[in-house]
Structures are given as C-alpha cells and as structure tokens.
Design a protein around this ligand. Structure first.
Ligand code: FAD
Length: 393
C-alpha cells in the first residue's frame, strides 16, 4: 500500500505529523512529506482535514451487525455464590444498554445455581440465560468455553463483559479466540460512542502512563474484562426479569480435565475489594515488622492491610494484597497510604477510594496530589501515635 500527499491541497497544518505514531511524516517547505519509515498505517489519512492524503488501499468494510443485540455479563459464581464483580458489571451494562436501546442479559453457568438468577435480576439483568449441567458444577476451562461459544452463536450478543478475576482471566481469552473477536482486558471505563454506537473500552497502557481507548468496529461481540471494585453495583429493587434455560451437549467423556481435590489456601485476612478501610504500605514502611504496625492500625480501624508492588516484591506482604494496575482495584471509604510515593500504577488501584489520607516524609510525593488529607512526617512515629490515640478514643 502506498500513501501520497497532494501538495496543492496540503495547507501545512502538521496534524498528520502529530498523528503519525512512527514519525513517518515531516514538513518540507511548509508541506507534509511522507518518509521511508511510513508503515502505511493510515493514521495520517484520518487526521487530514484537507483530504490531501490518499492511499491505494481499499477501505475496510464494516460488516452489518444489525442482528447483534444485547449487553451480556458473564455471571461468575463459585460454589453457588456470585462474585461481586458480576453485580458491578450489571450496573455498567445497564448504562451501556440504555445508550444502545438494548437489553441486559446475565449468563449463568453451573449446576444447581438457579437460586442466583433473582439476585442478577435485582442488580439489573433483564434476562438470565441459565445453563445447568453436571459438567459445569465447578469451573473448568473447556466446558465453560464450549458453553459460552454455543450461547454466543445462538443469541448473537453485541457486547460481553466479564470480571478480570482468576476465572475471568482464564475464560475471556479462550472465548475471544473461539469466536474470533478482540478482547480488551482490565478496562477502567466503558462507554458507548454516540455516533458509531460502539463500545469504547478505556484501560491504562504503556505501563500506566497513558489511558488508551480501544474500539472494535469489525467483529462481535465486543469483549472487555473489568477488575473487581472498579465499577459500582446498582440495585434495582422490584425489577422483573426472565430466566431463559438453555442446555449444552457436553458429556464428561468430552472433558479431558477432572478436578480431584480443591485445596484452599488458609487466609487470615479478609476480602480487600470489600473492605471499608484499607491501610496501604509502601517502601517507606521499611520491613516486614513495619507492616505488623500497619496491621495493628488496620485492626483498630476494623480494616485491611494492602501495599504497593514494592512491598510485595520485598516479601513484606503477599501478592494478593497488592493494590494498583497489576494488583487489585479497591473502593474503600478510607485509604491510608503510608510511605507510598503515589506512582501512577499504584494510583490506578485507589482512584475509587472515597477518602485518601497520605503519610509521607517527602512533601513533594505525588500521593499528596490525590490525597484528601496529607501528613508530612515519619510514619514510624505517626502510625504508632495514631494507634495510641484511636485505642484511647
Ligand atoms: C507495568 C507496571 C505495573 C505496575 N503495577 C503496580 C501496581 O499494581 N501497584 C503498585 O503499587 N505499583 C506498581 N508498579 C510499580 C510502581 O511504578 C512504583 O514503582 C511503586 O508503586 C512504588 O512503590 P512505593 O510507593 O512503595 O515506593 P517508592 O516509590 O520508593 O516510594 C516510597 C515512599 O515512601 C516515602 N518514605 C520513605 N520513608 C518514609 C518514612 N519513614 N515515613 C514516611 N514516608 C516515607 C518516600 O518519601 C517515598 O515517597 C508497576 C510498575 C509498572 C512498570
């Protein structure tokens, strides 16, 4: 494919220079000029308001998706209990569906899980597509992928949202591969483009330094995952919905994996994503003993302890306590950040906290830019004093 510029039409606005991700356009004598490093990506063509840039590539046709209807949420359940992220996604799905004038469906797979359907309806599902089968009693990649592929083929949804949980991170890429569509993982915002009516999927990119918005014009369903705690649950009391029962033709012989035993990790601590108060620690905490002091503060406040990636890498807290872009997203009422600089990757996980208190001895630490209250000082003095005052209060 070749790209060329009509010098007569080019007014030297430099939009194409800025639009080119590969520095493949430069200005010469006030006119744009295509360089050898041009990859023919076409970004300059879209940016040119003068219509001065052309190419010999035929524009890709957008298929007719008028038969693709409905916003689906994969209702993740384990042992008959719904994961909170599914209810959070139903809230967002309701907004998206309203913008599209379509309906919300929750897809519930398992065995003996019909009792969960009513909760899904009360959190916004117009329909619950239910598949109950002994093969689906516990999550296994292949039968769950088979079931989802079959349902997608049968109902042709427009959008499919899944939680970025351990299960979601396993299942979503499998489904997207099977039905040959793209997948945007770990979205922090979802909305509908008002003109094209397609899903705009926003997520951090380039190590969290930019927010990228991704849209999919050419395939359906548009698939995205969202981490727990990012979206808000919206209860819809009194809502009426319909349960649609479907069956699958999978037998145990077709499934090559068997679950022999489930070994649960002993866990002293509670669920971070549900905690009302979280005390977070970073490199400034200094060592594992420093974290014992933070645990004490969390205990006094009936909260949970979390930390930065540095704290995890140092072995001061376990990986499931990491908050941020590659850890968990939390939405507590109060987040107390102790000895945390406030790197963008950490902030990505706390942006839904209602109030943030930061303790840092460096008054220029970026955490203070997002904190509601900031205390400049040494946490080794301040945290024990907070515990003392709270205990005596
Ligand atoms: C792709 C990618 C993904 C990442 N994902 C995550 C993620 O999910 N979560 C995450 O947290 N990070 C993540 N990171 C790492 C992130 O960029 C930062 O390196 C990290 O968050 C910094 O951790 P910190 O604040 O503990 O340490 P530092 O940045 O070293 O900050 C320590 C702070 O403690 C203060 N301090 C020191 N001593 C004291 C004291 N006695 N009293 C008070 N304050 C004190 C210092 O002034 C400093 O501000 C990611 C990075 C990349 C590239």
């Amino acid at each position: 494919m070749t790209i060329w510029i009509d010098a007569e039409l080019c007014n030297g606005c430099k939009r194409c220079v800025k639009a080119c991700p590969y520095e493949g356009v430069e200005m010469r004598d006030g006119k744009a000029h295509i360089l050898e490093r041009c990859t023919s990506c076409g970004a300059c063509i879209e940016s040119c308001k003068q219509k001065a840039i052309s190419s010999d590539a035929a524009p890709r046709e957008i298929p007719d998706f008028s038969d693709r209807k409905g916003v689906w949420v994969y209702a993740e359940q384990r042992e008959g209990k719904l994961h909170s992220v599914s209810l959070e996604l139903l809230g967002k799905a309701g907004e998206l569906a309203e913008n599209l004038d379509q309906e919300v469906s929750a897809v519930l797979l398992g065995d003996g899980v019909v009792h969960l359907a009513e909760t899904l309806i009360q959190y916004g599902a117009d329909h619950v597509i239910l598949v109950e089968d002994p093969c689906l009693l516990q999550y296994r990649t292949v039968p769950y992928t088979d079931a989802m592929e079959m349902l997608i083929g049968r109902f042709k949804p427009n959008i499919l949202l899944m939680g970025a949980t351990h299960i979601g991170r396993d299942l979503a890429p499998r489904i997207s591969r099977r039905v040959a569509v793209g997948l945007t993982a770990d979205c922090t915002e979802l909305s509908i483009d008002p003109d094209e009516k397609i899903l705009l999927q926003t997520r951090p990119a380039f190590g969290g330094n930019v927010m990228a918005t991704i849209a999919n014009r050419y395939s359906r369903p548009q698939m995205a995952t969202v981490r727990p705690g990012v979206m808000e649950q919206k209860e819809c009391p009194g809502k009426q919905g319909e349960i649609i029962r479907e069956s699958i033709s999978i037998s145990e012989q077709d499934v090559q994996t068997k679950i022999l035993e489930i070994v649960r990790e002993a866990r002293k601590t509670g669920d971070l994503s549900k905690a009302k108060i979280v005390v977070g620690g970073g490199r400034g905490v200094g060592d594992a003993d420093g974290f014992r002091v933070l645990e004490k503060l969390a205990d006094v406040l009936a909260g949970e302890v979390a930390g930065t990636r540095v704290a995890v890498e140092e072995g001061w807290i376990s990986a499931d306590r990491q908050v941020g872009q590659t850890g968990q997203s939390i939405r507590p009422e109060l987040y107390i950040a102790c000895g945390i600089s406030g790197a963008i990757q950490h902030r990505a996980g706390i942006m839904n906290a209602r109030y943030i208190v930061a303790i840092n001895r460096d008054e220029r630490a970026p955490i203070f830019q997002v904190a509601d209250w900031g205390i400049v000082g040494d946490l080794r003095e301040l945290v024990p004093e907070m515990i003392r005052q709270l205990e005596s209060a």
